[in-house]
Design a protein around this ligand. Structure first.
Ligand SMILES: [Ca+2]
Ligand SMILES: [Ca+2]
Ligand SMILES: [Ca+2]
Length: 194
C-alpha cells in the first residue's frame, strides 16, 4: 500500500481588508474622490510566540514581505509570508503558510496610520481565515479601530483570534473577544504581550 501525501497549497491563509468594499484606495489610477490613504497592518504570531512586534515571533510588514521569516523546520514550507504591505487604503493583506506545523497561531491587526490631514479617521477592519479551503472557515469584524493623535504607541491593536493546527484533522479558530467585545489594546501594550 502506498500513501501519497499531497502538498496542500496555502494550508493557512489570513486575509485582512478595511474601509470597504468598495475599494477607495488612493493607490488606484485614477484615485476615487475622497480616497482612503490609511495604513492598517496584518500580524501573525508564531506558535509559542510571546510578544507582538518581536522580530522572529511576529510576521508583519517589517520582516515578512519578501522571503518571510524562518519558523518551524528548516523547510520554507512552514514559514509565513505577507503578500503585500498596503499603505494606501483597503488592502487586502494576506499572510500564507503552505504547510503550517501543528500549534496555535495568533492573528493581530494594527492601525498604523490614518493619514488624515486633520483629526483622526477610524478604520473598519474585517479578517477572514482560510484553512486549506477556498471559502473562509471564520470571519471577524467589521471592527472599528482608531489612531491616537498624541502618540502612535497608543494606536489600536486588535487581538483577533487563535488558529490551532492539529497534527491531523481540521483547524480550529477561536475568537479572542472579551465579553463579546473585540480585544483591542494599544500598540505599546501589544509590544509587551501576546
Ligand atoms: Ca499596511
Ligand atoms: Ca521553516
Ligand atoms: Ca490600497
Amino acid at each position: 500500500m502506498t500513501t501519497v501525501a499531497a502538498l496542500v497549497r496555502e494550508g493557512l491563509r489570513i486575509e485582512m481588508y478595511w474601509n470597504g468594499p468598495p475599494d477607495r484606495s488612493c493607490d488606484q489610477s485614477p484615485a476615487p474622490p475622497n480616497c482612503d490613504a490609511s495604513d492598517v497592518d496584518l500580524h501573525l504570531l508564531r506558535q509559542g510566540g510571546t510578544r507582538w512586534f518581536e522580530s522572529t515571533d511576529d510576521c508583519y510588514y517589517a520582516n515578512c514581505t519578501r522571503v518571510g521569516v524562518e519558523w518551524g523546520s528548516p523547510s520554507p514550507l512552514d514559514n509565513p509570508r505577507l503578500d503585500i504591505d498596503d499603505v494606501q487604503g483597503f488592502g487586502p493583506e494576506n499572510i500564507n503558510i503552505d504547510a503550517p506545523i501543528p500549534g496555535t497561531y495568533r492573528i493581530g491587526v494594527h492601525y498604523y496610520d490614518d493619514d488624515a490631514p486633520v483629526g483622526n479617521l477610524p478604520a473598519t477592519v474585517t479578517v477572514r481565515v482560510y484553512c486549506s479551503s477556498t471559502s473562509a472557515v471564520a470571519m471577524f469584524g467589521p471592527v472599528t479601530l482608531y489612531t491616537d493623535s498624541t502618540s502612535s504607541d497608543q494606536n489600536d491593536f486588535w487581538k483577533v483570534a487563535d488558529v490551532t493546527i492539529p497534527p491531523a484533522g481540521r483547524c480550529l479558530v477561536t475568537s479572542l473577544a472579551v465579553n463579546g467585545q473585540p480585544n483591542i489594546v494599544s500598540r505599546a501594550e501589544a509590544m509587551q504581550s501576546r
